[in-house]
Ligand binder design. Structure first.
Ligand SMILES: Cc1ncc(COP(=O)(O)O)c(C=O)c1O
Length: 473
């Protein structure tokens, strides 16, 4: 060993320094599998939220990256990380967050083991074919057969890609630079839409937030009036975003009338279905008009219960996707006589290096079969209706929103609901999040959780009443 190498402890002759001998690797895999299995089987016993505050959590995991490896002992950290994590158990009802179906998680492990770059067939032949097949399943499952698209990190990325495509379709920016166009969405729209409008250079002042009706659905008359006003002022209506499952209450905008307006006005119609669209597996009638959309977002890490991340953009315009996302223009060049082999996701979506997200769907969706997912979604819907009935049976509680999907907003009539929610979370038996409904602070439960039982649902009301007894005024 030369002098320099000895000083920094590096032996340059050590071949393959990160390689793990096969027997040791098998042991590591086994130990990791046991950790995962133990975690899943013990989920019911875990509190709904960790006790640790922010400072303590940071202190627990603040440590230097040591010069010497710890080997398999590093897996011992999993127990502390799990203890101070928010568990994916049946009593978590916050946000819109899927429950992490275990076969999907195993799919993520295998996807990382394969380590494919799913940017193009050339770098990931089977993975590209699997993702394209899964995209076909998803399109067909939501009543939009023939739609194409790609998987992505989540609804926010899908919405961003959709609005970039809308702009390129109606006011092409690649040639002429960004020209202002107006995007319309209901005032209940998810924050990822204003973000996307800003990121594609339109500026948030070119987003019109349209008032909603008593059911929190975009008002079609107000949309028409806003479009007419913009046209009269010489502005160009570009796109309308309909939401199929608003994040606060799960409202579904009137898709068919909005589609008719978009067609008449030559606007792109995007449906943000990140929360709700997958419920069409169990309740397709709720989504009448969906297939009229130019594009739609959905999140398999929400209502297909997959571990994050697993978003999806579906659309009907491969040509627009290519003009929006291809930098090289290679998609028009015959790289290969076989169109399957010439296919590149990076020529029609945002990312170049891409995870093999489709493998978890491939395994999980086929392991359980379509009927099981339909039944799980139907059960989530039934749980939401059960909670509404429980709330109605308790006069001290007031229901603030109901149906048609699985978000339920309510409040305690006499208590400070913000203090109540803090107390409820501190009790750690159920986890709810919050929303603002007509200016009022609401407790919000959302059911996208295959582990939840009817008892868990009843526990929500019992816990709210118990927490109310522990807060003043
Ligand atoms: C309606 C809606 N759109 C978009 C998103 C964003 O999705 P993601 O968190 O996967 O980026 C959400 C998340 O809750 C949502 O409810």
């Amino acid at each position: 060993m030369d002098q320099d190498a000895r000083q920094d402890g590096i032996d340059p002759r050590q071949d393959r320094p990160l390689d793990i001998p096969a027997a040791e690797l098998a042991g590591l895999v086994e130990a990791t599998a046991q950790l995962a299995a133990g975690y899943w089987s013990g989920l019911d016993q875990r509190p709904a939220y960790p006790r640790t505050g922010g400072g303590e959590t940071a202190r627990l995991f603040a440590r230097p990256w040591a010069e010497d490896g710890r080997g398999a002992a590093v897996l011992e950290d999993f127990s502390a990380i799990a203890e101070h994590s928010r568990p994916s158990g049946g009593r978590f009802f916050g946000y819109v967050f899927g429950s992490g179906e275990p076969v999907g998680a195993l799919g993520d492990l295998l996807a990382s083991a394969l380590n494919q770059n799913v940017g193009a067939w050339r770098s990931a032949p089977a993975a590209v074919a699997v993702e394209r097949a899964v995209i076909g399943w998803l399109g067909e499952a939501v009543g939009c057969p023939g739609f194409t698209g790609s998987l992505c990190g989540g609804g926010s990325s899908a919405n961003l890609m959709a609005l970039a495509m809308a702009r390129e379709a109606r006011l092409p920016a690649n040639e002429d630079g960004v020209r202002p166009g107006v995007v319309y969405a209901s005032e209940q729209v998810h924050m990822s839409i204003p973000k996307a409008v800003a990121l594609i250079g339109l500026g948030r002042r070119n987003l019109r937030l349209i008032p909603v009706d008593a059911d929190m659905r975009l008002r079609v008359d107000a949309l028409e009036a806003a479009i007419a006003e913009d046209r009269a002022a010489g502005r160009t209506p570009l796109a309308v975003v309909a939401t199929a499952g608003t994040v606060a209450t799960g409202a579904i905008d009137p898709l068919r009338p909005i589609a008719a307006i978009a067609r008449r006005e030559d606007m792109w119609m995007h449906v943000d279905g990140a929360f709700g669209v997958l419920a069409s597996l169990a309740a397709p009638a709720l989504f009448d008009g969906l297939s009229e959309a130019d594009s739609l977002s959905l999140d398999a890490h929400k209502w297909l219960y997959q571990p994050v991340d697993c978003g999806c953009l579906l659309h009907r315009h491969r040509d627009v996707a290519q003009t929006t996302f291809s930098h090289s223009g290679d998609y028009v060049r015959a790289l290969n006589t076989d169109p399957e082999e010439a296919f590149a996701f990076f020529e029609e979506s945002l990312e170049l290096s891409r995870r093999f997200r489709a493998l978890k769907l491939w395994l999980s969706l086929q392991y359980h079969g379509r009927a099981a997912f339909r039944a799980a979604i139907a059960r989530d819907l039934a749980h939401a209706r059960l909670l509404e009935a429980e709330i109605a049976a308790h006069p001290e509680l007031e229901l603030l929103s109901s149906g048609p999907l699985s978000a339920v907003c309510f409040r305690h009539r006499e208590k400070d609901n913000e203090a109540l929610l803090r107390r409820l979370i501190a009790r750690r038996r159920v986890f709810l999040s919050n929303a603002t409904i007509d200016g009022r602070f609401a407790l919000r439960a959302c059911f996208v959780n295959h582990r939840t039982t009817e008892d868990d649902v009843r526990e929500i009301v019992a816990e709210v009443i118990a927490a109310a007894g522990e807060v003043n005024g």
